[in-house]
Design a protein around this ligand. Structure first.
Ligand code: UT7
Length: 325
């Protein structure tokens, strides 16, 4: 039976030019390169320049994704930006991306689910495309976490970075069979009981400030392996695939030890897991499309590849998307 699927037509990414190394951080707070690498796997991160906004990063990534898709921006009728660091409290960062791409039709809005933002945004775009409300979407994950870090807190400032990634989706009829291309399954979850384990201590409706990121890393870590493994297992059950049929795991990039823990729990070969966090740390909603872009540029993402994306972050929020490239 023919079904509509959201087929991924192109991917792009952008990292700000400035690289901040672990050695530089060791001059700023009481830490060492050894500690950061051993506990997180991160060696360096990129930092947006003064005046360089989240939307600026997102626009670069979106342009690249559109060029690779061979799609003119005016053919896009849906722009979704996943971000927890918007340019302004409002309007949405997505409308500036829309404007800069020269699009003035359809809809543009932000999705806020912190590190799970890209999974939430893909899920939203997929639902809107499959119901026929829109034809082509650009989904951007873009963050400037450097703006909300407490640069005197060594437990958090060493972990995050800035960046953006984007994918272009197009609604296409598929057969409904096992070889369908496009997004095959999405799962999003949240549990607000954990809101105080990873949060920003400010906001327009409470303190009237932007605030700084606060995290109980140990507790977040404990939940991450469990929740992410759970949602991967749910995806496999829902779609009938075995873990070894997945060609590529594209996880949110928070901590190498979390990725190793999931690989061990699910018995996944490490060479099937895309790891980029060593080069840009945790970029929140941008990390999955940055990792997709890395896989694409390294020829790991050809047509027909079965790709499982997953994330977990503040809220808690978590989720997974299974797609055939
Ligand atoms: O994307 C959203 C999801 N976020 C995450 O998934 C992050 C999850 N959490 C983590 O990745 C890890 O918990 C961290 C990397 C944040 C921390 O690793 P850990 O192995 O859980 O370390 P810890 O928090 O238990 O701290 C161990 C020690 C502490 O010292 P004491 O109390 O044992 O004396 C910390 O004060 O390491 C100390 N420490 C540091 N030492 C050097 C904490 N940060 C640093 C640092 N440099 N930057």
């Amino acid at each position: 039976m023919a079904v509509m699927r959201s087929v991924i037509r192109g991917v792009g990414a952008y990292l700000p030019r400035r690289i901040l190394t672990n050695a530089e951080l060791a001059q700023m707070v009481d830490t060492t390169d050894e500690w950061i690498v051993e506990r997180s796997g991160i060696s360096e991160r990129h930092i947006a320049a003064d005046g360089e906004k989240t939307s600026d990063l997102g626009i670069h990534a979106a342009h690249q994704a559109l060029v690779r898709a061979g799609i003119d921006p005016i053919e896009i009728d849906l722009v979704i930006c996943a971000t927890a660091t918007p340019d302004r409290t409002f309007p949405a960062t997505a409308v500036r991306i829309q404007k800069e791409l020269g699009i003035s039709k359809g809809a543009a809005f932000d999705v806020q689910a912190v590190c799970s933002g890209f999974v939430y945004a893909l899920t939203t775009a997929d639902a809107l495309l499959r119901t026929g409300q829109f034809k082509r979407a650009i989904v951007v994950g873009a963050e400037t976490f450097s703006r909300i870090l407490d640069w005197s807190d060594r437990t958090t400032c060493v972990l995050f970075g800035d960046g953006a990634g984007a994918v272009v989706l197009e609604a296409q009829p598929q057969t409904g069979g096992r070889n369908d291309r496009g997004i095959l399954n999405t799962i999003i979850r949240s549990d607000g009981r954990y809101e105080d384990l990873l949060y920003v201590d400010g906001g327009p409706g409470s303190t009237k400030t932007v605030g700084h990121l606060r995290m109980n890393g140990r507790e977040v870590f404990r939940h991450a392996v469990q929740k992410i493994s759970g949602v991967i297992e749910e995806t496999l059950i829902a779609t009938g695939y075995a873990a070894d049929e997945i060609d590529l795991f594209v996880p949110h990039q928070a901590n190498k030890r979390i990725l190793d823990g999931i690989a061990k729990k699910l018995n996944v070969s490490p060479d099937k897991i895309v790891v980029t966090l060593n080069k840009h740390g945790n970029t929140s909603a941008a990390s999955i499309p940055l990792a997709l872009n890395h896989a694409f540029e390294n020829h790991k993402l050809g047509e027909g590849k079965l790709v499982l994306m997953e994330a977990m972050g503040g809220g808690f929020t978590w989720g997974a998307v299974l797609a055939r490239w």
